[in-house]
Structures are given as structure tokens and as C-alpha cells.
Design a protein around this ligand. Structure first.
Ligand code: BMA
Length: 916
């Protein structure tokens, strides 16, 4: 007997392993162990899989479509573009043009500006594929597009079978009758998603606001397509078209499992009660065959390959079309899914199997056991806003994530893995998938599940107002239904949020007053109400009733004092409002879902997209990679407040990162100290879609800015936060741990030469999950005769019985530019051993913001202050030998930055040298 290993037919093409867009889906059809058991126990002929999936990734070509010439493609390219050129699916037209050598890299220098024609053209993609007689014998054959970007007319063997108009939906067409045995042709025509092509589709008597769309007229809100493609204040305007997610033929007969979804009803330490909902589809042919018997007899089995629960077998009579079953499940001794930092994010596996006649089909999915509520209840401040997970109020630490590449189909599985490593590496437990980007790949949410990273999920609407005609609203409803059903099984999913900054824009940015008549204004608002207060919450209530829906982030604008008392907040008083960083300690929201400050990416990244001549602050080419209209001016002005302003561009880049980290740390620690009033701190923004000056902490290439290190430090489960409030010197302890901490708080006052001026060991208890003032004294009395410009307070918490150094934090009594820093001599050595490559550094005087650079190397720590005569070790992820690394390592510190107006020759004074 031959036992099939997989429900996927032999000969099925599998996607490139590295390409997530074409990667494995969350749920896969496979014949698992239980199917095998049933199969063996029947003792007769093995069942055949009912479903065959054929991925259509091969043989694609593309060409410019012939339509009335607009400004369009440059004349010299027209002939070449009108031939058939090789294409990659999933992909985008820009990446295909690039691969064919027809356009320069859109990220190189100012090339973005020369490539606007690509979005103005229509494009055609085509391929051929073989339909085997076996495939054609299937009772149902469907063509499934998991993502078409965006206005697509699909022709199969010359016949139009689909007109698609939403990048965020999947499209399924029954094609059995349109297929021929042997070769079939498939063509996808993409219409330009820009005016004037778009105008016929979106004729409204008034304008709709569409923030950041750099088109004239702006048009993105009429198109269900990623908003950031049209330009954003951190991204290029490169308006794509293409088959951006996989295409497959799904052939099946008899009955198949269409969906398996588990919801948790209750969990105690002994037992969890769940409901599994299984959706089955039965072909008309199968039903007709069995009509005499009054339906299709089938055995439906629910099982757990990892043994979480006993298999449940169910004899059923199925109807043609959709059948739904609810199966109660009990899991003894349940292991809960915990967010990062609180425990293991345990995942279970469940499998639904349907056997009808000789055919069998299975669907496997993962699930996690946890309870999660967003608690918004009246309290002494106003109204709470916090997440309670498995009965524990959890302080959320994290960031807003945007697509990992402007051309998102080229993001690889490895890229996603590295992102999540860096998210966990920075002690985060939540990411917000922001509404101007994309509903992420399945792989993204799988990794979030595996790493215990909760997801605040926006629907894809941002910074504009959208149309309200019935076709548009129906399109939105279909999109939401598809996405909610696709993602609802992930334990990481914490919240559905309607949109980004739209209610705020309407109320506070003048949008409501932009209209000639109150009637027009009311019509625009009505469309908003329909989408965000009717359709989206309605879809969530039906498809994912246990998850909370929140209409708009933020719920109130940052100028409204009430925004600090209830709801979530985007506090942009810093940066957009030009307020000082210290304001973060005063404006304490209930949940901070956005706030940020820009910095330059590391020099290695700048070098990757510029020529040497471009590398100055206000160079026009460089400014193409700075999308905020006054971004560099703002960085410079804030820098002047706290830091010496460097002469050299390279030094400016470094200090811009210190500045960003300093500002954001001010917010992180203030938010954490303020728990339980404040219960979340998600900064803007985690990553970049291309190499750019932006608010990100991790750049396009995955390099950490100083901010990413600062986030890791400030998000540590146990945080010490020394702070000055007037003359009051306070030391706060914040614990996100669920166990009490007992230990000793060591306080020291050191001068920059390393002389200990004062010290205090203090027995300290820190209760679980709390912020507490541990110690308070007058700064004047602690400083005594010391020069406050030459001293640092070192606070360290060492847990009783712990040998390892504890969490430590430093406090200076002045901003960096007022400190009297001497130029340090830093001695170092690099060794390899069991722990990898280790760098040990030691300085003779305080070395402020030690910045290590070494080609292709990631440092476990960087930008840190090296205390005098206190050696410190840093782990290196590098391909270099210790000797090579020692020879090439560069070290920069704040004291060595040549400043504006200071006559300083850095080359003469560099003091870094290896330890003898
Ligand atoms: C936020 C975001 C984005 C924007 C950022 C910086 O509010 O929602 O719209 O990129 O501000 O301006």
C-alpha cells in the first residue's frame, strides 16, 4: 500500500523557500498522523486526497499595455517595454523592471523622482500552465489570487473571468469550465491606480483629504491599495502594480475542510474549554451522487497532533455547499500562551479531517490558550486603557511597524525572522501594524505567535477620508471579512483598530471645515461613520466576536487635554509640536500608541544610497531620503538644545542618533514610571521601507540605531529610573515581573575620572508588576562640593542571591553639551571563545556614548557610556577574525566630536588602541 505523505498533489510547484510572499500558508492541507490511523484502520484501499493545489509561480512575463499615451514611459523605452519580458510572481512591476535592467534602483540617490511614470502605465502579466486530465477530472477547480495590486482584469484562455479592485482581498473564481486539457493561458491586465486613469472610477463633487499622497490631485483614498505606495513622510512615492501574493489552482472533489477556527471559552489551571468551528465544503457532484441517501455521509474528525486533546469523531450527513460544525473540546492541564517577558508563548496544533467515501481532506492550524481583554473602565483619572492577559495587567512595550520593504513581495522569511529577533531582543511585547501599510503576511503573524508579541492590528485606512458609495462600502466589507477570518486564529492578535489618525484629522486638522456646504461635509462624515462605526465593528462582531474593536487611533488628538485621561494617544507635541523632550514626563497618556523623533540611519546605510558628494545635511539628493518637509531643521534645532552641534556630516549622523535615543528614552521611562496610569508605550516607528532619515529605530537594512539599544535597555523587565524633579533626586524601580524582587539598590556618585564621591547601599523590595519610588534625596545635598558638570550618578539593583550584575542606569545633572568631558583613552581587546567573539573595553575617564563600528558587524551593545576604570564586554556578530576585527574596529565618543566653531583636528587626537 502506498501512503501519500501530503494532501498536496505530487508535481505541485512549491514556492521559493526564501520568499515569504510565496511561502507556506498558516494552515496547510496535509494528511497527518490521525488521517493515517483512520486510513490504516479501514484496512481497505487508501483514501485519496480530495484537494490538489498547484501554485502558478512559473513562466510569467510582463509587458506595457497599449493604451492612449499619457506622460507615461520614456520614449526610448517604449519599444522594449512593449515586448514580453520575464517577470516574478509574486512581485511588483517596479521590481520586474529593475530585474530586467530597465530602470535604475529606485532607492539609489534621487532615482525615485525619475520613476513616477511606472505608476502611470497599464501593465499586462501572462503565463501558461498545463491542466492535466487528472486535474480536470476534479469536480471543482478554482483559481485563487491571494493578492492583486490593484485594478486587475483577469483573462483565462482569452475570456475575462475576474475584475478585481482591492489589493487587500483574495479572489477566487471557479474555472473548471474555462480550462482546457493541456496548455492554458492566463493574463492579468493592470490599470494604472493613478489619475487620470482613476478619475472615471472616482468622480466625487468634492475633494477628500489624503495626507502624504504627493500626487496632484491626491487619489489614494479612492483605491483599496497600500496608502504608503503614494508617498509618506518616511517613504517614496512609487505606485506599484502587480501580482503581489501567490496565485494557485485549487482542485477538489467530494468534501474538503475550508476552515478550522478555535476559540477559548474558559481556562483554569486544570482544564481549558474551547469550541472548534469546522467549515466544510461539499461539491454539487458529490451531493448528487448521494442524493438518494439524502445527503453525503462523512466522518469528521477533530484531533491534536501534539496530543493536547482526545480526538473527537463525528458521523455527519453533509449538504452540498457550506457545512459548519461546532465541536466542544477540553484540554487538561492547559499551558497558557504568554506574551514575551511573562512566560512561554505555548502553541498547540489542531487538525480537522473529513472523510467522505474514499476521499479525505485535512486542515491543520495552530492555536494558543490565553484570555485577553482591553480594559476601558471609569477610574479616578478618567477611563483606563490596558490589556489584561491571562488575568495579568500587562504594560505594553513596543513600536509601530510599517512594511519591511516598499516592494513588500520581496521581503524574505529571513527578513521577518530577523525583525522578530530584534523585537524580542529589545524586550518588546507588542507591535502595532499601522493602517497606512499592509495586512501583513501569514508568516509575520506566525512569528508573532511564536515569540509572544501581541499585535495591535489596524485596518488599512490612514490619514484621509474615504468615499462612501455603495460599491466602495461593499468592497470594504468584503476586505474586512477576508482579513478578519484570515487572522483571527492567531493568539498574538490583541485588537482590531479601525484606522490611523482619521477621527483626529476630522476634528482637529480642519478637514471637517474643508467643504463648501454642510451637506458635503456631512456626506464625508457619514462615509466615515458607515465604515468605522458600522461595517468594520459589524464584521468583527460576526467573525471574531471575542476580540475588541477600537474605531480610531488615537481616540483623541494630542492637543486635547482629555487625550491624557482616556483612550490611546499619539503624542506629537515633541517633533511636530517642537516641545522639549521633558514634556514626555508631564503629558502622560493612558496608552501611548505613537510618539517619535527622527534620526539619520548609520553611515553604512547612507553610503549605500548616495555618492560621496551627496553626503551633507541639506544636499538635494540626500533630501529625497528625508521626507519630512523640515526634518533636518528640526533635528538640528533639537540637537542645539542638548548636544554640541558637530562640524562633520558623519558626526552629525552619530549625534542625531544619540539625540533620538535620548528623547525616546525620556518617554519610555516616564511612561513606565507612570504605570498603572499609563499602560503602554509604542513608539513611532520600528523599521523603514527603504533607506531614509526617519523615526525608525532599526533601518531598512536591519541596522540598529542608538534608539533600538535604548529601547532594549528601557524596556528591560526590571527598570531603574533615576530622575531629577527640580532639586529632588528620585530613583524609581519599575517591575514588569510577576514575582517580587528582593535585593540591594547601590547608588554611587562618580566623577568623570572615576573617583567615588559618595555611595549608598539600600536593601530594596520591589513588588510584582508595579512602579515604585525607591529613594529620594535633595540633589544639592548629594552633590555637596562636587562639580555637577563632572559627575554621574550610577544606580544598580542587584537581586539577592544573584551573581550577575544587575540592571543599572545613569543620571547626569546636565544635558550632554554642558558636561565637561575629557577625551578618553579606550583600551580594548577582542577574543573568541565559547560565547563567540567578545570585545572588552576599558577607559581611563568617562567615555560618553561609545560608538563602535566595524564592517558588517552587529554589536550586542553600542552607544553606551563607559565608566572610568570599569571594563565592559560586548558580543560581536561578525565574520572577521579577532585580529581583523581589532585592526578595523572604529570607536567614537561624544568628547571627540569636532564641534561647530571649535578648531579641532580629530585625526591627531584619536586615542583608541588595542590593549597591549
Ligand atoms: C504618525 C503616523 C504617520 C507618520 C508619523 C510621523 O502619526 O501615523 O502618519 O508617519 O506620524 O509624522
Amino acid at each position: 500500500m502506498r501512503i501519500p505523505e501530503s494532501g498536496r498533489a505530487l508535481g505541485t510547484r512549491t514556492p521559493e523557500p526564501g520568499n515569504v510572499a510565496g511561502g507556506p500558508l498558516r494552515t496547510q492541507h496535509l494528511l497527518g498522523f490521525l488521517a493515517l490511523a483512520i486510513l490504516l484502520s479501514t484496512g481497505c484501499q487508501p483514501p485519496t486526497p480530495s484537494t490538489e493545489v498547484v501554485e502558478l509561480t512559473e513562466g510569467w512575463e510582463f509587458s506595457r499595455a497599449d493604451r492612449a499615451p499619457g506622460p507615461g514611459a520614456p520614449g526610448e523605452l517604449i519599444d522594449t517595454l512593449s515586448t514580453w519580458l520575464p517577470a516574478t510572481v509574486p512581485g511588483t512591476v517596479h521590481t520586474d523592471l529593475l530585474a530586467n535592467g530597465l530602470i535604475p534602483d529606485p532607492f539609489w540617490r534621487d532615482r525615485e523622482l525619475t520613476l513616477q511614470w511606472v505608476g502611470e502605465e497599464d501593465w499586462v502579466y501572462r503565463t501558461t500552465f498545463q491542466a492535466s486530465p487528472q486535474l480536470l477530472e476534479s469536480e471543482v477547480v478554482e483559481l485563487v489570487f491571494h493578492g492583486l495590486d490593484t485594478f486587475a482584469e483577469v483573462r483565462l484562455n482569452g475570456l475575462t473571468i475576474l475584475e478585481a479592485d482591492n489589493m487587500f482581498r483574495s479572489w477566487t473564481v471557479e474555472v473548471k469550465d474555462d480550462l482546457v486539457s493541456g496548455e492554458n493561458s492566463l493574463e492579468v491586465h493592470f490599470g494604472s491606480p493613478l489619475p487620470p486613469a482613476l478619475d472615471a472610477r472616482a468622480a466625487l463633487p468634492y475633494e477628500l483629504p489624503a495626507g502624504n499622497d504627493r500626487g496632484d490631485p491626491p487619489s489614494r483614498v479612492f483605491v483599496r491599495k497600500a496608502a504608503y505606495h503614494y508617498g509618506w513622510d518616511w517613504g517614496p512615492r512609487l505606485v506599484t502594480s502587480g501580482i503581489w501574493r501567490p496565485v494557485e489552482l485549487l482542485a477538489w472533489s467530494g468534501a474538503r475542510v475550508a476552515d478550522l477556527h478555535l476559540t477559548t471559552d474558559s481556562i483554569s489551571d486544570d482544564r481549558a474549554f474551547l469550541t472548534a468551528t469546522v467549515e466544510l465544503r461539499v461539491s454539487r457532484e458529490e451531493a448528487d451522487r448521494r442524493a438518494a441517501g439524502g445527503g453525503v455521509p462523512a466522518i469528521v474528525t477533530l484531533a491534536s497532533p501534539d496530543g493536547a486533546f482526545e480526538p473527537v469523531l463525528h458521523e455527519a450527513i453533509l449538504d452540498p455547499g457550506l457545512n459548519q460544525f461546532e465541536v466542544p473540546i477540553q484540554i487538561p492541564d492547559p499551558q497558557r500562551w504568554w506574551p514575551n517577558g511573562l512566560g512561554e508563548p505555548h502553541l498547540y496544533t489542531a487538525q480537522a479531517i473529513v472523510k467522505a467515501g474514499r476521499r479525505i481532506d485535512t486542515l491543520t492550524t495552530r492555536f494558543g490558550l490565553r484570555t485577553l481583554e482591553l480594559v476601558t473602565e471609569p477610574d479616578s483619572v478618567g477611563e483606563s486603557f490596558f490589556f489584561r492577559v491571562n488575568e495579568v495587567p500587562v504594560f505594553m512595550k513596543g513600536a509601530n511597524v510599517i512594511p519591511l520593504d516598499h516592494f513588500s513581495p520581496r521581503v524574505t522569511e529571513e527578513d521577518y525572522r530577523e525583525l522578530f529577533q530584534d523585537v524580542v531582543g529589545a524586550n518588546m511585547n507588542m507591535l502595532r501594524v499601522w493602517g497606512g501599510g499592509i495586512y501583513e503576511e501569514d508568516r509575520f503573524y506566525d512569528l508573532a505567535d511564536e515569540h509572544g508579541i501581541l499585535i495591535w492590528q489596524d485596518f488599512m485606512f490612514a490619514n484621509g477620508m474615504y468615499p462612501g458609495d455603495s460599491l466602495f462600502l461593499a468592497n470594504v466589507r468584503a476586505e474586512a471579512t477576508y482579513q478578519v477570518r484570515r487572522l483571527r486564529g492567531h493568539p498574538s492578535l490583541a485588537l482590531w483598530c479601525g484606522n490611523n489618525e482619521m477621527d483626529e484629522g476630522w476634528r482637529n486638522w480642519g478637514w471637517a471645515r474643508n467643504y463648501d456646504t454642510p451637506v458635503d461635509s456631512a456626506a464625508v462624515r457619514d462615509a466615515y461613520e458607515a465604515i468605522f462605526h458600522d461595517i468594520l465593528p459589524g464584521v468583527v462582531a460576526v467573525e471574531d466576536p471575542n476580540r475588541r474593536y477600537w474605531p480610531s487611533s488615537p481616540s483623541l488628538g494630542w492637543g486635547d487635554p482629555e487625550s491624557l485621561n482616556r483612550g490611546d494617544s499619539h503624542y506629537w507635541g515633541v517633533w511636530h509640536g517642537q516641545e522639549p523632550f521633558q514634556i514626555f514626563a508631564e503629558k502622560l497618556p493612558r496608552f501611548s500608541s505613537e510618539f517619535g523623533f527622527q534620526a539619520f540611519p548609520p553611515m553604512e546605510t547612507i553610503v549605500a544610497f548616495t555618492d560621496a558628494a551627496d553626503r551633507s545635511l541639506f544636499d538635494p539628493t540626500l533630501l529625497v531620503h528625508q521626507k519630512h518637509p523640515i526634518g533636518n531643521e528640526l533635528i538640528t534645532s533639537y540637537m542645539g538644545r542638548d548636544y554640541p552641534t558637530p562640524k562633520a556630516f558623519e558626526d552629525f549622523v552619530y549625534v542625531s542618533q544619540l539625540l533620538q535615543a535620548r528623547g525616546m528614552r525620556t518617554a519610555f521611562v516616564a511612561h513606565r514610571r507612570a504605570r498603572p496610569r499609563t499602560m503602554g508605550t509604542l513608539y513611532w516607528q520600528l523599521n523603514d521601507t527603504w533607506p531614509v532619515v526617519s523615526w525608525s529605530s532599526r533601518d531598512y537594512f536591519g541596522r540598529w540605531k542608538a534608539l533600538h539599544y535604548a529601547a532594549r535597555n528601557a524596556f528591560a523587565p526590571l527598570l531603574l529610573s533615576p530622575t531629577l524633579r527640580g532639586d529632588a533626586l528620585e530613583v524609581w524601580g519599575v517591575s514588569d515581573l510577576t514575582r517580587p524582587v528582593e535585593g540591594t539598590l547601590y547608588l554611587e556618585l562618580l566623577d568623570f575620572d572615576g573617583t567615588l564621591l559618595w555611595q549608598l547601599p539600600l536593601p530594596t523590595d520591589l513588588p510584582p508588576n508595579q512602579s515604585q519610588l525607591l529613594w529620594e534625596e535633595s540633589a544639592t545635598s548629594i552633590l555637596g562640593d562636587a562639580d555637577s558638570r563632572r559627575v554621574v550618578l550610577v544606580a544598580e539593583l542587584v537581586e539577592t542571591g544573584d551573581q550577575a550584575p544587575g540592571h543599572s542606569s545613569l543620571l547626569y545633572f546636565h544635558p550632554p553639551k554642558e558636561l565637561e568631558l575629557g577625551v578618553p583613552t579606550i583600551r580594548f581587546e577582542i577574543t573568541t571563545g565559547e560565547e563567540g567573539t567578545i570585545l572588552t573595553l576599558e577607559a581611563d575617564v568617562l567615555a560618553k556614548n561609545v560608538y563602535l563600528t566595524l564592517e558588517g558587524t552587529h554589536f550586542s551593545d553600542n552607544f553606551f557610556d563607559l565608566l572610568p576604570h570599569r571594563p565592559r564586554t560586548v558580543r560581536l556578530e561578525t565574520d572577521l577574525t579577532p585580529d581583523q576585527a581589532e585592526a578595523r574596529l572604529e570607536i567614537r565618543t561624544l568628547a571627540e566630536i569636532p564641534q561647530e566653531g571649535v578648531d579641532y583636528d580629530s585625526s591627531a587626537d584619536r586615542t583608541d588602541r588595542p590593549l597591549p
